[in-house]
Design a protein around this ligand. Structure first.
Ligand SMILES: NC(=O)c1ccc[n+]([C@@H]2O[C@H](COP(=O)([O-])OP(=O)(O)OC[C@H]3O[C@@H](n4cnc5c(N)ncnc54)[C@H](O)[C@@H]3O)[C@@H](O)[C@H]2O)c1
Length: 261
């Protein structure tokens, strides 16, 4: 077999939770481009529809669904809808999350409501989507792929009020290893990407600050800010048979930033 073919996803069905977002929609288009049929699920129907239109424009089949993926019943509903529509589910990418920049508090005073919101948005969403998708994968008995989105914030502290976010992303990295261990017997691999700042609306205010941007670029060995397309190669690797013997891994995508720490 041509080794490049191992990255193809023809015949596979991929669910992108948070697929209407900046990173999720890029991933949805990328998975579709690699041959997958794609389900885009997002709390915002308009964002889901817009992402699905891009996937379809790129030549793949795509179903757009609206759901609150912090809710177990809603997560189960979208997985059932994906299986009903496409007959199977092979790949889950968890791309709901973020919010850190909206709730910056000193660690000693970090308020419970902000903590709970960040945990729901990042950790609960990943938990319930994964539980629902993996139950369907185990039932089908054909294995599967789960790709989580952690962050360099799971590895590196940052002096700007990120307590809840680092805790959520740290938990996602830990669960990536735990789930990989538990679900290997079902042929399901679980891996994560851990990006640093990616040029998206979530971090537009920070990256719009010329001093912050210049400081970040100066610390990144590859000398630039990451873009959503920079995440695609790693996601495709983890989503495809190219990574058949790889599970429980967290791939940092940061232009070399953490290598310097
Ligand atoms: N942008 C960055 O710099 C960066 C860096 C590292 C990691 N990440 C992570 O990447 C992931 C995606 O980030 P992004 O920048 O694309 O954010 P985004 O806000 O553009 O995308 C998140 C999507 O999730 C959807 N969503 C929110 N709550 C939901 C819910 N309850 N149910 C269903 N959908 C819901 C939103 O509508 C949105 O479309 C997050 O986990 C984030 O923490 C982002």
């Amino acid at each position: 077999m041509n080794p490049v073919d191992a990255f193809r996803l023809d015949g596979k069905v991929a669910l992108v939770s948070g697929g209407g977002g900046a990173i999720g929609s890029t991933i949805a288009v990328g998975l579709g481009g690699a041959g997958a049929r794609v389900v885009v699920a997002d709390i915002d129907q308009k964002l889901a529809d817009a992402a699905a239109a891009k996937v379809i424009q790129a030549g793949a089949e795509c179903l757009a669904l609206a759901a609150d993926i912090t809710n177990e019943a809603e997560a189960s509903r979208i997985v059932a809808a994906a299986v009903e529509h496409f007959g199977r589910i092979d790949i889950l990418v968890n791309a709901v999350g973020g919010g850190a920049g909206k709730v910056l508090f000193e660690a000693q005073d970090y308020p419970r409501d902000a903590w709970d919101w960040i945990m729901e948005l990042n950790l609960r969403s990943t938990l319930v989507a994964t539980q629902a998708a993996v139950r369907a994968m185990i039932q089908a008995g054909s294995g599967g792929r789960v790709v989580n989105i952690s962050s360099v914030r799971a590895q590196l502290g940052i002096d700007s009020g990120y307590s809840a976010y680092v805790a959520a992303k740290g938990a996602i990295s830990s669960l990536t290893r735990q789930w990989a261990t538990e679900w290997a017997k079902h042929g399901i691999t679980v891996n994560a990407i851990a990006p640093t700042f990616v040029d998206t609306p979530q971090v537009a205010t920070l990256l719009g600050d010329p001093a912050f941007r210049a400081g970040l670029v100066s610390r990144v060995p590859l000398g630039r800010i990451g873009e959503t397309n920079d995440l695609l190669g790693a996601v495709l690797f983890f989503a495809s048979s190219a990574s058949s013997f790889v599970t429980g891994q967290i791939l940092t995508i940061d232009g070399g930033l953490t290598a310097t720490q």
